[in-house]
Ligand binder design. Structure first.
Ligand code: MIC
Ligand code: SF4
Length: 643
């Protein structure tokens, strides 16, 4: 039996476990990336492990999320990360150099290598044939220290692409079409592999748009073959030597196959408030809009922005629309500046932002009340834009640009013939905003620069024999990490201060939660399906840890959040019978009388609702390793005990 692309990379990097679906496997990690919003904590954790130099082939720290410096906090965090990088052997990409995933694809990613990143959109690297996975900061810290990264061996899904996109239909429309079929939880426990004749019609940045948004499927990762198109991209980036061919064997076996004929696709939009709420633009045409934002790690490549500039050239942004554009990297920005495309955007009335995440994470550009905002981003969760009643639609750059001019939802196919925009044979290469680490012999002279907002990792506790705690919060299905630990310009600067950021935990759902949980001392959160979807932010586990949450009992979990809970020593429990969800109410007193014994024996966990008298059972699906992590009180304690 042959192998899929992902299975080939996994086989080459397997350090423990068996490649059978559902088994716990450990992977050697070649590269890591962090961004600043998760990075400060990841480096605090790395420091706590006491390993002098990173052991990966390449580790890069990007500053791209918290770039709005309205107080000392973000700048202090950037300075802290820069000093840690210098000392411990990590490359530092300065603020302004671009969004982590875009820059990593351009300058560092290599086909066939493994990459983990403390950001859920790390799978962008799958666009050049990497096995690139989003993880919690602590997992990344462990990988930097040379430790393996553990996942559950996923199922393999093949998305077979045939045909060719019609003019003005875009890579974004492909992934929105996949989301329409699979939904935001359809990818959980799966790797999505793209294949078929249609692959060769897509450039690397287009492939990266698709693998990037595989995160919204809940997939472990997504990957494209590495072929002549990949070689040409790497050559244009001045690094052809990093090329390696990668394709699935003809007799590779997939658990699921999805067929997409590119020729049949049309422009699509993900409507509020979920990336899988997909409708054709045709159905929305003519509706008035208020804002357009172009950028983010999904759609901010040179090719994307050249198409946008082509559409905007000689036109004017409609009076009722504010158009913001953030090029994905300094490379893209600089090339647009030199070839005149930036001038076309400015002349049309675009507001040009720095190369960073910006509006995608609510760092500025929040729309007006009830504002309809078309964005080329990947997430439209409620409130994420910073405007609680904002109506966010996710669209392609082409749809975004033409709608900005017309002031209403517009199908870009009205533009007629395709724009003749070619991939450059040579990108502009200038890595002067990537700072190299100090040589080993000089590392002792590097001082770590800490600001007053940088606090240590919250206190952890080993698992106790029993737990008695009340239900401090009950929520429904598809709770995102943006509900659990909101981002935005006001809260993000607190990412290195868990006591302070905890005061915002779950306030989107229930303003009283932080105070109530803290007053209770110990508590349990109850939730529905796909709990914790979205971001990799471990703050969505660390804030509950700080607030005394001992267990989260839900119908099902999203992958990264479940492992962040385990890493924080919080029990991830699922109802054995989902209808038992109705047997617990806010404020009920719960008892887990034999929890330690049951967990160590791999048995179901008994939960007694002392308020109602009901007894229910919960599953705690753990491997031997994650069981030991929970028993120790989290991954940091486990790593210290085992090193
Ligand atoms: C996001 O898109 O939600 C983020 C912000 O990039 C997060 C990381 C974070 O919360 O810092 C992600 O996707 O993991
Ligand atoms: Fe940044 Fe948005 Fe991409 Fe997250 S999804 S890494 S916030 S651009």
């Amino acid at each position: 039996m042959g192998y899929t692309i992902a299975q080939k990379i996994i086989k080459e990097h397997l350090v423990c476990g068996e490649m059978t679906v559902g088994s716990d496997i450990g992977l050697k990690i070649d590269q890591t990336l962090t961004q600043d919003a998760t990075g400060t904590m990841a480096y605090i954790e790395y420091e706590a492990m006491g390993i002098p130099r990173v052991k990966t082939e390449k580790s890069v720290a990007y500053i791209d999320h918290n770039t709005l410096q309205t107080g000392f906090e973000n700048a202090d965090d950037h300075r802290f990360i820069q000093s840690v990088c210098k000392k411990h052997g990590i490359y530092f990409s300065r603020p302004g150099n671009g969004i982590c995933h875009q820059v990593h694809l351009e300058r560092f990613g290599k086909p066939g290598k493994t990459l983990i990143g403390s950001d859920s959109h790390t799978p962008t690297g799958g666009g050049i044939g990497m096995l690139a996975i989003g993880a919690g900061g602590l997992d990344v810290a462990v990988a930097m220290g040379g430790g393996a990264y553990y996942i559950t061996m996923p199922k393999m899904v093949r998305v077979n692409l045939t045909g060719k996109l019609s003019p003005w239909v875009s890579a974004k429309d492909i992934i929105l079409a996949v989301l329409r079929v699979m939904s935001v939880k359809g990818g959980v426990g799966k790797i999505i592999e793209y294949g078929g004749d249609g692959v060769k019609t897509l450039t690397v940045p287009e492939r990266a748009t698709i693998t990037n948004m595989g995160a919204e499927l809940g997939a472990t990762t997504s990957v494209f073959p590495s072929d002549e198109t990949t070689r040409a991209f790497l050559k244009a980036q001045g690094r052809e030597e990093d090329y390696k061919e990668l394709k699935a064997d003809d007799d590779a076996v997939y658990d699921e196959v999805i067929e997409i004929n590119l020729s049949n696709l049309e422009p699509l939009a993900a409507c509020p408030h979920s990336p899988d709420n997909v409708k054709p633009i045709k159905e929305l045409e003519g509706q008035e809009i208020n804002q357009v934002c172009i950028g983010s790690c999904t759609n901010s490549s040179y090719l994307d922005l050249m198409r946008v500039a082509y559409i905007l050239k000689g036109k004017k942004v409609a009076d009722n629309v504010s158009l913001a554009i953030a090029p994905g990297s300094k490379q893209v920005f600089n090339m647009l500046a030199l070839n005149g495309a930036l001038g076309d955007m400015i002349a049309a009335g675009a507001r040009i932002l720095e190369s960073a995440c910006g509006p995608c994470i609510g760092m500025g550009q929040s729309p007006n009340s009830k504002g309809v905002s078309l964005r080329t981003f990947n997430r439209n969760f409620e409130g994420r834009s910073g405007t609680a009643d904002g109506q966010i639609y996710l669209v392609s750059p082409e749809t975004a640009a033409v709608s900005a001019i017309n002031g209403v939802f517009t199908d870009p196919r009205i533009l007629g013939c395709a724009a003749e925009i070619e991939m450059p044979e040579k990108f502009l290469i200038n890595d002067n905003m990537v700072i190299e680490p100090a040589p080993i012999e000089e590392m002792d002279n590097v001082e770590i620069l800490r600001g007053p907002n940088i606090k240590s990792y919250p206190e952890t506790h080993p698992l106790t024999d029993s737990i008695e705690a009340s239900c401090s919060l009950k929520v429904g299905d598809n709770i995102t990490t943006d509900h659990i630990m909101p981002a935005g310009a006001k809260i993000l600067p607190l990412r290195s201060n868990i006591p302070k950021i905890s005061q915002h935990c779950f306030t989107v759902c229930d303003k009283e939660f932080p105070a109530r949980a803290k007053a209770l001392g110990k508590s349990v959160i109850v939730g529905g399906e796909n709990y914790g979807q979205g971001s990799s932010r471990e703050h969505a586990a660390l804030a509950p840890l700080f607030l005394g949450v001992k267990a989260v009992l839900v119908k099902s979990f999203a992958r990264i959040h479940k492992s962040n809970l385990i890493n924080a020593g919080i029990l991830p429990l699922t109802f054995s019978d989902p209808s038992d969800y109705d047997k617990i109410k806010l404020g009920d007193m719960l008892e887990l009388p034999n929890v330690k014994k049951e967990i160590s024996g791999g048995c179901d966990v008994t939960v007694i609702n002392k308020t109602t008298g009901d007894t229910i059972t919960a599953k705690c699906e753990l491997s031997d390793r994650t069981r030991a992590i929970i028993a120790a009180g989290g991954l940091l304690d486990y790593t210290k005990e085992n090193s």
